[in-house]
Write a protein that binds this ligand. Sequence first.
Ligand code: SAJ
Length: 406
Amino acid sequence: MINVIGLGYIGLPTALMLASHGVEVVGTDYNKELVATLNSGKTTFKEDGLDELFADAVKAGIRFSTEYQKTDTYVVSVPTPYDKFSKKVDACYVVAAVKSVMEICPKGATVVIESTVSPGTIDKYVRPAIEANGFVIGKDIHLVHAPERIIPGNMVYELLHNNRTIGADDKAIGERIKEMYASFCQGDIVVTDIRTAEMTKVVENTFRAVNIAFANELAKICRHDNMDVYEIIRICNMHPRVNILQPGPGVGGHCISVDPWFLVGDYPSLAKVIDESMKTNDGMPDFVLNRIYEIMKENGITDVSRVGLYGLTYKENVDDCRESPTLQLLESQERHLAAPLKVYDPFIEADVVPNQYHDLDAFLADTDLVVIMVKHTEIRENMDKLTDKVVLDCHNICDLPKVYHL
Ligand code: SAJ
């Protein structure tokens, strides 16, 4: 039996996928409400194909509990926040989960860490937490790092099809865990050492962050001299070896906007390109605020309460607001003691920020300047509703008379 610890955005789909492919699984989370929701037959977030996968896993016998289980294999998938000041990973949840596992697991158990950690975290924090219980790693407890790669918005497909990395001290244990993932994963699974696995995960997200920063920097350069960044990127990308990403109002989510900072935190004098890239991305919400100000002036809009932000999530068609550019923009506004702008997002039912609307028409009725912060399908399908508005389109998705860009 496999005990998956942490039933969030990664742990839940992983547990469901294992269970629906014939593996006996118990999912554990310390959040009683979350476990109660799952036990009542409901999923805890929206994701394409998740409800169907959930139904299959329930049929196959998956169980959810707040208790850690006594078994031979644990998959730890808990959050790894970072310290905003030092930029270093905060491994407290991983360490707490591993300590709880140590209190219950039998000798010979394997602990798989799926959570993203910075290179060296397992040596520095996880091994001591295991050894503190008198266990000898490699003899009494086996340790594996299997970072995930799935992208919110396409998680179920990517869980099945992405290649994976398994880092293990012991090749034979790595191969055993590879078999476990191969129960559902159709991609190639590489077995390497733990340190390499830690580094690859962070490097993958850093690669994307740096490339997004390049696109964002181009947007700023092009704005300065009134050039069309989208046309320039489109033409450059026709070159066989150029593939520039898209500029946007900022970078959110719990991965691309967080993981590269681990390298900056650990190697401040070496990770220069990464540091500048992260600053460029983090500066985008302020850049959007400046654009809003310029566009208001140009259009004689004096009442800031007539400005509305479309989208609150960190990207399109997901219900996750973590580190979202809209939240970053509102925070920046608040620091300047300004009244918060109006906000609407079809994916967010709860009240997360002040001045939040839950109906597109009501939101639009109260706004003259609409800022498209997120390119949800909903707004793409309702472009006609924006024809009499001034629009700041941060994603280059509208073809309307009064459109401004980044
Ligand atoms: N973004 C841009 N321009 C682009 C692409 C993205 O501004 O051209 C923005 C998005 O709007 C969003 C942010 O970047 O705010 C991140 O979105 P994303 O779709 O690039 O990535 P995530 O954070 O949803 O998922 C990433 C993925 N990593 C890579 O593609 C290298 C995913 O595969 C990882 O599993 C995930 O991080 C993770 O959990 O680490």
